[in-house]
Design a protein around this ligand. Sequence first.
Ligand code: SF4
Length: 81
Amino acid sequence: MPLLDDRKIGALAVHIDRSLCVGFGDCVTEAPDAFQLDDDDIAVFGERPEMVGRERLLRACEACPVDAISVWDESGEQLVP
Ligand code: SF4
């Protein structure tokens, strides 16, 4: 699994910097469909991120204590961190 992972989720562009992730799982707790921990306890995208509503997805991304998850909206504005 690469250290950087990008996904388009609805209108949002979400980026996980796996090199920063410390694996506490706050993002997973908030939105387990969107984020999971891999075998090394590093965050990856979950199986159904598109099932998570925009507000919940943003909360999950904002929950990261080390700003490993970044989000841009459809206009290119960075929403998280
Ligand atoms: S909240 Fe951040 S540090 Fe914690 S598992 Fe998710 S990406 Fe990794």
